[in-house]
Design a protein around this ligand. Structure first.
Ligand SMILES: Cc1ncc(COP(=O)(O)O)c(C=O)c1O
Length: 404
């Protein structure tokens, strides 16, 4: 990749993470990490694996017991007609699976449609494969879903694939079954692949059900679904994800990328994955319902912010993607001239420096994200309350300074 990597952006999330380390007693609502710890089923399995000296090289695609459990999970929980463990590959988190599929599927200059806004590493991975991310807006008025006519119009002769991410980072939008059926019909009509990033499959609110597009009739043949243990089992730092593919050519290519980038995924962590799937699944529901309560807590607090930040509670994932009042201006211009044209970067700078609150500018997720800020509400309730109090103090002081 060499020189072409110079034009592949590193997410602003990294820049903010660095900035947060300079702040004393910060509220870390910037990163998409849950405050929960991995369940005992995971930790015990890893401790056992170490005691049993499971510290050697293992199979490139994954250890057989994990692949077997994943094939069963994909069939029973996701409804995907995976024919066996041979179709499953374990990866270093979901991000690695996205890298693998981009490298294995996309030719230089191929277009892949992505939502705008979208999680930044998706775009970077597409660029790293010398392909073209074609941004198609999702709309707040539609619950952060596509206008499907717009999506259809975004397809060109160069389009190779559609990347979807439901529940969605950064907006929390969830595609309906009808949306997925229409996207499936488009993919079939135009002979496209679908890369379906289902990292937040277990974080759906208000009684909603996650649907994998790969479970729709015939769609597994043209879909690469991507999953992770990070969010469902609070295993973000352990780096365990997986994908499945029934197309032999694509799978063999992905396996080569897997081997060349990792040889195999950390053996002990894979045993942790076995523990997660063999252990009680109640923990997944406990995490989900606590996240739902935190969503309520956070949005109740947002209502007290003088209208400076507003939004509707999302249907999934664990982010509040809030619109900034277009009339808002920082009390002093930013010291960094590169962000003076971006209201979302200025808001983030204000919240970080004045309020000690980590958050991510909407602009980082794409042009349609400008004017918004993303907060992660998967943090402890105490931390969320602290951040809300801090924001309230900032925006109430502003109201006093500039009475309407
Ligand atoms: C949309 C989306 N996809 C994939 C991932 C990958 O997560 P991980 O690499 O930790 O599995 C994330 C993580 O934040 C995400 O937000």
């Amino acid at each position: 990749m060499a020189k072409s990597l110079d034009s592949v952006p590193l997410s602003g999330i990294i820049r903010i993470r660095d900035l947060m380390y300079t702040i004393k007693d910060p509220y870390r609502l910037d990163q998409g990490d849950v405050s929960f710890d991995a369940p005992a089923s995971v930790k015990d399995a890893m401790v056992r694996a170490i005691a049993d000296n499971r510290t050697h090289y293992v199979q490139t695609a994954g250890i057989p017991p994990l692949l077997q459990l994943l094939a069963e999970k994909l069939r029973s929980r996701n409804g995907i007609p995976v024919s066996g463990p041979d179709e499953v590959m374990v990866t270093t988190g979901g991000i690695h699976a996205i890298f693998m599929v981009c490298q294995a599927l996309l030719e230089p200059a191929d277009e892949i449609i992505v939502p705008d806004p979208t999680w930044p590493p998706t775009v970077s991975n597409i660029l790293a494969a010398h392909a073209v991310p074609a941004r198609c807006p999702i709309h707040e008025r539609l619950g952060w879903r596509y206008d499907l006519d717009e999506l259809a119009a975004a397809i060109t002769p160069r389009t190779r694939a559609i990347y979807i991410n439901s529940p969605h980072n950064p907006t929390g939008g969830v595609l309906t079954r009808a949306d997925l059926e229409r996207i499936a019909a488009l993919a079939e009509r135009h002979n496209l692949w679908v890369v379906s990033d289902e990292a937040y499959e277990d974080v759906v609110f208000d009684g909603g059900q996650h649907v994998s597009i790969a479970s729709l009739p015939g769609m597994y043949d043209r879909t690469v679904p991507i999953y992770t243990f990070s969010k469902s089992y609070a295993m973000t730092g352990l780096r365990l994800g997986y994908t499945a593919c029934n197309n032999r050519t694509l799978r063999d290519r992905m396996k080569k990328v897997l081997f060349l980038t990792a040889s195999n995924i950390a053996s002990v962590v894979q045993y942790g994955g076995v523990g997660a799937l063999e252990g009680s699944q109640e923990v997944v529901e406990q995490f989900r319902s606590e996240l739902e309560a935190r969503r309520t807590l956070f949005y109740d607090g947002v209502r007290d912010l003088n209208g400076v930040l507003t939004g509707t509670p999302p249907k999934g994932a664990f982010y509040a993607f809030l619109e900034i009042d277009p009339a808002w201006r920082p009390e002093e211009p930013s010291v960094d001239p590169s962000i003076r044209d971006s209201i979302s970067w200025q808001m983030v700078e204000h919240l970080v420096r004045r309020g000690r609150i980590g958050c991510v500018p909407g602009a980082d997720f794409g042009p349609a994200g400008e004017g918004y800020v993303r907060f992660c509400f998967a943090r402890e309730r105490k931390e969320l309350k602290g951040a809300l109090d801090s924001m309230k103090a900032l925006f109430t002081a502003r109201a006093a300074l500039h009475p309407l």
